[in-house]
Ligand binder design. Structure first.
Ligand code: C2E
Ligand code: CA
Ligand code: CA
Length: 612
């Protein structure tokens, strides 16, 4: 019911007051006092009836008697408080008892005021007016909480309510609905590298695109379906599609969302590329609570991330086990960092002309108390997902620098020329990464020029502009940059020499296919020729056979790394390895056969046998 407030032309909603009191004469008194004040009133003769009317009518205020025959006011208060839909309704307690401890308990249970019987009409009016003001404020706040201030989309609280309604409806109508949990891939990088204002702009744009992709009017083939987009939090959105005939409908909407999210975002004058990962749950009445639905959609979303991001996955019950395992890995990994269960091994990088060790690559391992040694591919991607890589990476950098200093102190001849440290993009994009590096250098006392940072091709090329700035900062300090896993990303061969890099590491997948003389051999040849005119040096990764080594030497590749020379080994084995290569080198030089092509297997096989 609406009426006009004369002092202001806004229509106002007439407040609804529920009086719960078994005393009919008091009910009549309240009615007589309040009815001229433009309020609507309902009356209940006892606690049970009062609770029923409260959930039916959702009044703006409850006047509640403390003493009633069926249940006392405290019981009613507790049950109101336990009900999510009702707990926000302000309550004024009416009591004939002036006991202070009772009044205190009533406030503890959430009443906003109390009236002591007998009371005057003026007192009743004043207390009701003040409680209704509170009610209006609470209602305003509830409305604000229902919508996300940044995007204008329904909020998480609102979504939960809608899901609850949807579950109830689907139990009656047997309708099918789908819930999509959408996470923006790489969004954190925008916040980290361009700042939160740009992050906000990207979220607003993403919300706009989502809304356009889920227009209910054109939900494929079925115009009765309803689509709601809400912001779940951060860069997470949830789409609820109700009354869809089949899961196929959800698939079409998900494909449309993926497509629009892949289009470039124009933020702060930059073209940014994002994508989304989507987990989908279809419900046919099998879910009881919104939390369960969201949990399963979230699990499916993680599967989409695992599958390479930028795709969708439908939830299957088997995914729950995998999610539990992932959660366990995350918890264990946090403990591993805390309890020093990570360690480094080092894999030599050999100069293919001299046979000497040029560098060693630090490779992290996890000594799990129950599962033994876990290789990095089983936990680094997960650490990148959760952000733990930043802490792990810092530990790797400090440990590797300190280790390098120890080798130098112990045996300068048995120390490689430099050390290669893998760097994740997230580390590179930390605002203070070059400062962290400076601190690792000071702490260990080594020269920054002894450090090479390896950044994978796909990570560097994905957002070259942002990476380049940090790379320049590191290079100006003296460190070198190696482009890792070349051949697995998207660099254009023609532009290679323009990248701010010192070394290019050709990925094992190219090297292992080279010996067969196919396309890859030509590609490696082309890369080496292109770079021969530049300062960029080349490391061939994953050399496993003499055949591959000979081929690479013929193509004048500078350096090589792989099981043919050595697997990654513990730090204490490195001086021995470096010295053994040196001895082999001087021996060959003495007898004057260094120039002989590497058909002498002994030159390269000696150290390998020694490390066994
Ligand atoms: P990567 O940077 O390409 O490192 C080389 C990987 O290839 C190492 O595996 C190494 O053991 C393996 N490898 C070397 N030679 C051969 C060979 O001849 N044959 C074969 N089959 N494999 C060879 P690992 O140690 O398991 O590391 C895997 C990946 O994990 C690394 O690939 C790197 O991307 C990542 N990783 C390792 N340590 C770190 C770290 O400290 N930080 C970061 N961000 N990533 C790391
Ligand atoms: Ca590497
Ligand atoms: Ca590599």
């Amino acid at each position: 019911m609406l009426c006009k407030d004369l002092s202001n032309s806004e229509p106002i909603v007439i407040p609804h007051i529920l009086v719960i009191d078994d005393c009919t004469s008091l009910q009549r008194f309240i009615h007589a006092v309040l009815s001229p004040t433009c309020v609507r009133m309902s009356f209940a003769d006892g606690g049970e009836e009062g609770l029923r009317l409260a959930s039916e009518l959702h009044p703006n205020l409850i006047l509640l008697d403390y003493e009633m025959p069926d249940c006392d006011g405290f019981q009613v208060l507790r049950r109101l408080g336990a009900n999510e839909q009702l707990r926000h309704i302000p309550v004024v307690m009416i009591t004939g008892n002036n006991d202070q401890s009772l009044i205190e308990s009533a406030f503890e249970l959430g009443v906003c005021d109390y009236l002591n019987k007998p009371f005057l009409p003026v007192e009743l009016r004043a207390r009701v007016r003040s409680a209704l003001k509170t009610s209006a404020l609470v209602e305003d706040l509830r409305k604000q909480l229902k919508f996300d201030a940044l995007t204008g989309l329904p909020s998480k609280a609102n979504l939960i309510e809608r899901l609850r309604d949807s579950i109830a409806r689907s139990l009656i109508n047997q309708n099918c609905s789908a819930i999509m949990f959408i996470d923006l891939d790489r969004f954190k990088w925008i916040n980290d590298s361009l700042g939160h204002d740009c992050g906000d702009d990207a979220l607003k744009e993403a919300a706009k695109r989502l809304r356009a992709s889920v227009r209910s009017s054109d939900l494929v083939e079925n115009r009765k379906s309803i689509g709601t987009v809400s912001r779940f939090g951060g860069d997470e959105f949830v789409v609820l599609l109700e009354s869809i005939p089949t899961a196929r409908e959800a698939e079409l909407v998900a494909s449309r969302i993926l497509k629009v999210m892949r289009e470039p975002f124009q933020i702060a004058g930059c073209m940014l590329y994002l994508s989304a990962s989507i987990g989908i749950v279809t419900c046919n009445g099998q879910y009881q609570s919104p939390d369960d639905i969201i949990r399963d959609a979230d699990i499916a979303m993680y599967e989409a991330k695992d599958a390479g991001k930028g795709c969708f996955r439908f939830f299957e019950p088997g995914m729950r086990n995998r999610a539990m395992k992932r959660w366990q890995v995350d918890t264990d990994l946090r403990q591993a960092i805390e309890h020093n269960h990570l360690r480094l091994q080092y894999q030599p990088i050999v100069n293919l002309k001299t046979g000497l060790v040029e560098s060693v690559e630090a490779l992290v391992r996890w000594n799990h108390p129950d599962r033994g040694t876990i290789p990095p591919n089983d936990f680094i991607p997960m650490a990148e997902e959760t952000g733990l890589i930043v802490a792990i990476g810092e530990w790797v950098m400090r440990t590797a620098c300190t280790q390098f200093a120890e080798w130098q102190k112990l045996d300068p001849n048995g120390t490689p020329n430099h050390i290669s440290i893998n760097l994740s993009r997230q580390q590179l994009l930390q605002p203070e990464f070059s400062e962290l590096f400076r601190s690792a250098i000071l702490q260990s006392g080594i020269s920054p020029s002894c450090v090479h940072f390896e950044i994978t091709e796909s990570e560097m090329m994905h957002d070259l502009e942002t990476c380049v700035q940090e790379i320049h900062a590191l290079r100006s300090m003296g460190a070198k940059i190696d482009l890792d896993d070349f051949g697995t990303g998207y660099s254009s061969l023609a532009c290679l020499h323009q990248l701010p890099i010192d070394v290019l590491k050709i990925d094992r997948s190219l090297i292992s296919n080279m010996a067969s003389g196919g396309q890859y051999s030509k590609l490696v040849d082309l890369v080496l020729k292109l770079l021969s005119e530049t300062q960029i040096q080349v490391v061939a990764e994953g050399i496993e056979t003499l055949d591959q080594l000979q081929k690479l030497r013929q193509l004048h590749c500078d350096f090589g790394q792989g099981y043919y020379f050595s697997k990654p080994i513990d730090a204490n084995k490195i001086p021995e390895f470096v010295n053994s290569r040196r001895m082999a080198h001087s021996h060959v030089t003495e007898i004057g056969v260094l120039e002989i092509p590497i058909t002498i297997p002994s030159l390269f096989s000696i150290p390998r046998m020694q490390t066994r």
